[in-house]
Design a protein around this ligand. Structure first.
Ligand code: GCU
Length: 682
């Protein structure tokens, strides 16, 4: 351990002796009621935290006598909870909600209606201690906003991780399931501590060997991971290959309307549940980037998803079906096809055709996890379909965990976007939690950023993105700053100066990253394939539908209804009108929706070209300041952790200059317009 391995569950002794003693008094006796695997996790975690944070080993007691007592459990299982049950209404907590309450006789209750809820209460309580909260007269009631709070791991059986920037897979190694189950246990603790309740462990691109994960070749081993997850309240999902009936079932078709195909999936699913009784379900990437799907048979995505849904339904399993469907063999000469339109064009006509146990997983933007994109119009477009918001924690386009980029501010903008689907207040948060359209299922999924790196995420500060995603999925109302502050305190302890500086670094980092990379929402100015580093024309003549159309006069993609691809018209009013007009389109998305001359004036008052220059210069400068800030707290941070982060910030400083110079030079050469401030452009 060490080197960041404990993550935010680093239970170091609280330095403030007064506070520590006050806590210790409350926690000197402990009763954890129940002994299921989940309750065993809860008990173990509490004891670990109390011994680390407070330096105490609480006496375990279930005697209903008076005096301080920390009680954790499901209330109707012990009379210890009688005062709590009498005092408050626990109904409405659902399966995952919990209460933390103190009573006048010195007890603190950590309670919920299920073992999983109690585990969340325990982690919630530990978080209070780590954050130095007052325990007197405490009354906390928490229920998660989103039913599904999921991670997608893009891990392959050979141990590689697609778009992984933190080492190799936690789950697979050399064609086998890992035998480092201890590490999976620690991972499951980290996830449970912030409320993740579902995880797909293999890549959505399901290759040959991975197709076998749903068979006896791997299920006995997969079930060991599922058991660890189960003890932390997490349901395991697998990504499946749509062509499985052919590739491993010996059939000559995978047509969703074929009876043999349906029978094959039923039996395959039955077998999965024999091994993993609480199996979550399938995650599916179909008809996308060369993956097989229902289109081959002239069927649509509802046919495709419903086939699997019917096989899973008897067991309570779910189908998470991705909407990342577009033509990836486009011709750059073809100006009429717009990739941004694709998900909406494919899925809107199917609204209402999906089974109740299907969730459509929709990427936050219409393209592909660029630094800045508008929100996908499909979110809030569909009204009769369960929707799951897909975010990307792994920093594919946001600095690959070599640059600091705290993504919670980006995600907050997404979930607070008002789709106007049902008038004002129709936020994405309410679309995906199911409340806006009265859907029973919904939530969030995100591509994980972890691997076998000693500190899980490569960049230590990228742990804040994993933590932040999970906290946001639990409670979208938390602010970026609240989440960051929790994470900093839990990770670095309570040192005000360090906290102030790290918070500033985190909270500014997304804007800084945006400032020196592709401007004004245009995206894609990266090197092909690996997507790291500047390359303005890297995707300009590609088949992927990813263009910026910069010429000597101007730049941007005309996606208006009047003169462009019509994408702006996929939004509800008044968003559609807002994006349609150059004047009302927000500056940061201008080039996503409009092709404009370099001298076009932004709402900020600057011309586009001057904005490009100014923000690249400023972005690179601010990237350098991140390093200065970090160095200013060097003596307050564990030496090893300090060094890890410093290395990355040094690289970021240098690489931000590379971005600045390549972008500025490119646009100076294209436009011939000089920087108003005469700064160095090569
Ligand atoms: C991006 C990413 C791919 C990934 C795909 C997806 O295109 O670069 O690696 O497979 O998204 O989300 O399916």
């Amino acid at each position: 351990a060490g080197g960041g391995y404990e993550g935010w569950l680093k239970y170091s002794l609280i330095e403030d002796a007064g506070m520590r003693e006050a806590y210790a008094e409350k926690c000197s006796r402990l009763a954890v009621v129940g002994d299921s695997p989940v309750m065993a996790s809860a008990r173990r975690e509490l004891k670990l935290a109390l011994s680390g944070l407070l330096g105490i080993v609480p006496e375990e007691s279930e005697l209903p006598d008076r005096g301080p007592l920390l009680v954790a459990g499901v209330p109707d299982r012990s009379q210890l909870f009688e005062p709590l049950a009498a005092a408050g209404d626990l109904s409405g907590l659902g399966e995952e909600g919990y209460v933390i309450e103190s009573s006048s006789d010195g007890r603190v209750y950590l309670a919920g209606l299920t073992d999983r809820a109690v585990l969340y209460a325990v982690f919630g309580f530990i978080r209070l201690l780590q954050n130095g909260e007052d325990l007197e007269e405490i009354r906390i009631r928490e229920t998660p906003a989103n039913g599904l709070r999921m991670l997608n791991h893009w891990d392959n059986l050979d141990g590689s991780v697609e778009r992984g920037y933190a080492g190799k897979s936690l789950f697979f190694n050399n064609g086998e399931i890992t035998d480092d189950l201890e590490r999976i246990e620690d991972y499951a603790r980290l996830l449970a501590s912030c409320g993740i309740n579902a995880a797909a462990i293999n890549n959505v691109n399901v290759h040959k060997q991975e197709t076998l994960l749903i068979t006896d070749a791997y299920l006995p081993e997969v079930s060991r991971i599922a058991a660890i997850f189960r003890s932390c309240g997490i349901r395991l999902f697998l990504s499946v290959n749509y062509a499985s009936p052919m590739e491993i079932g010996g059939l000559n078709t995978a047509d969703p309307l074929n009876a043999d195909v349906a029978a094959w999936w039923k039996s395959a699913v039955g077998n999965v549940y024999r091994h993993i009784p609480d199996f979550g379900g399938f995650l599916v990437k179909a008809d996308s980037e060369f993956r097989p799907g229902p289109f081959t048979y002239g069927r649509n995505h509802a046919d495709g998803a419903n086939l699997l849904a019917d096989a899973l339904a008897p067991f309570g399993g779910l189908v998470v079906w991705r909407c990342f469907v577009y033509n990836c063999l486009q011709d750059w000469r073809d100006r009429s096809t717009d990739r941004a339109r694709a998900a909406y064009d494919h899925f809107m006509p199917l609204d209402g055709d999906f089974r109740d146990n299907v969730l459509l997983q929709i990427k936050n933007g219409p393209m592909d996890f660029q630094v800045r994109e508008p929100v996908s119009p499909l979110l809030g477009g569909m009204k009769r379909t369960n929707q799951l918001l897909e975010l990307q924690i792994t920093q594919e386009y946001t600095g690959q965990q070599r640059h600091l980029c705290y993504l919670v501010p980006q995600w907050k903008e997404v979930i607070e976007f008002d789709t106007r689907a049902r008038g004002e207040g129709s936020l994405v948060a309410r679309v995906v939690d199911g409340s806006l359209f009265g859907r029973r299922l919904g939530g969030m999924a995100a591509v994980a950023n972890v691997g076998d790196a000693p500190n899980w995420t490569g960049h230590l500060l990228a742990q804040a993105n994993l933590y932040g995603y999970a906290r946001l999925a639990w409670n979208p109302g938390l602010s970026s700053e609240e989440i960051a502050r929790e994470w900093v305190r839990m990770t670095f302890g309570r040192d005000w100066e360090a906290e102030r500086v790290i918070l500033q670094m985190l909270l500014d980092s997304y804007n800084i990253y945006e400032a020196y990379t592709a401007p004004l929402g245009v995206g894609w100015m990266v090197n092909p394939d690996h997507h790291y580093g500047p390359n303005v024309d890297g995707y300009e003549y590609a088949k992927w539908g990813t263009y910026h159309y910069a010429d000597r006069d101007g730049i941007g993609v005309d996606r208006t209804v009047a003169t462009g691809t019509g994408f702006a018209g996929q939004y509800h009013s008044p968003n559609s009108e807002r994006y349609e007009s150059r004047e009302s389109c927000p500056d940061e998305l201008l080039l996503f929706f409009h092709h404009v001359p370099y001298k076009h004036r932004l709402n900020s008052g600057k011309t586009v070209i001057q904005h490009i220059y100014d923000s690249r210069f400023e972005g690179a400068e601010r990237a350098a300041e991140l390093l200065t800030l970090w160095e200013s707290i060097g003596e307050r941070i564990d030496e090893e952790l300090y060094g890890q982060v410093r290395q990355r910030l040094l690289h970021q400083r240098e690489h931000a200059c590379e971005w600045r110079d390549i972008l500025n030079t490119y646009f100076y050469r294209k436009s011939g317009i000089a920087d108003e401030h005469g700064r160095m452009i090569y």
